[in-house]
Design a protein around this ligand. Structure first.
Ligand code: IMP
Length: 203
């Protein structure tokens, strides 16, 4: 079903890198994209769940109840085979509670210093949730396969982008830029799936 009017969707994140990408992925879709900057206050959310699904649903529900708007949340992480799937849901806090992206990257590279090229396989995973004020919600997933580089390269993106080389590419996520990243990323895939549902169900 086609919508003539735009709808408002709140983006349940305080991560500037994620917000930039989500806004760009949802551009040109008759969606007014609201963030925490559009509200006087914003709920504090502890990401205490043991799965992406649990965390994404928790964020979406809390923010939807607060904003009274359809709310989009996502939880994502990097899974490295050599590290048994770590950092996974702990990606944001891998080197400690308030760790920076650079500290997290350094920890990964240090743990992988003896890992040969073939063993450096990894993937970004994302679970997205669209939560409606009436309590109904939709969930989707996306992943992006790749390899962990030996050192950081590139300035664009956020998190582990400078050390992640997507499959079929010779440059890191931080080198290829947001436009290219949004064609192949875990986040873009999950959000595009949700969008197909939204187009039908919230018109
Ligand atoms: P959370 O979903 O708020 O728990 O944070 C996910 C964390 O996973 C981020 O802080 C990054 O460390 C990492 N991450 C998730 N998606 C990406 C991405 O697209 N690029 C780089 N790092 C990512």
């Amino acid at each position: 079903m086609k919508r003539d009017k735009y709808i408002e969707i709140a983006i349940a994140s305080r991560n500037k890198g994620k917000i930039r990408e989500i806004k760009s992925i949802l551009s040109g879709k008759n969606i007014k994209r609201l963030t925490y900057l559009d509200f006087k206050s914003w709920p504090e959310i502890e990401e205490s769940g043991s799965s992406y699904e649990e965390n994404a649903l928790k964020k979406a529900k809390i923010v939807a109840n607060f904003t009274k708007k359809p709310t989009l949340a996502e939880d994502s992480g990097l899974e490295i085979d050599y590290l048994g799937g770590d950092p996974g849901v702990k990606s944001a806090r891998y080197a400690g509670e308030n760790s920076t992206d650079l500290e997290n990257i350094k920890k990964v590279l240090n743990l992988m210093k003896n890992c040969p090229f073939e063993g450096r396989t990894a993937r970004f995973r994302c679970v997205a949730v669209l939560y409606l004020p009436n309590g109904k919600f939709f969930m989707s997933q996306g992943k992006c396969e790749g390899k962990i580089d030996y050192s950081p390269h590139g300035e664009s993106g956020f998190g582990y982008d400078p050390i992640f080389v997507p499959e079929g590419h010779s440059y890191t996520m931080a080198q290829i830029g947001i436009e290219e990243k949004n064609k192949i990323s875990h986040r873009a895939k999950a959000l595009k799936k949700i969008w197909r549902i939204v187009n039908i169900d919230i018109s």
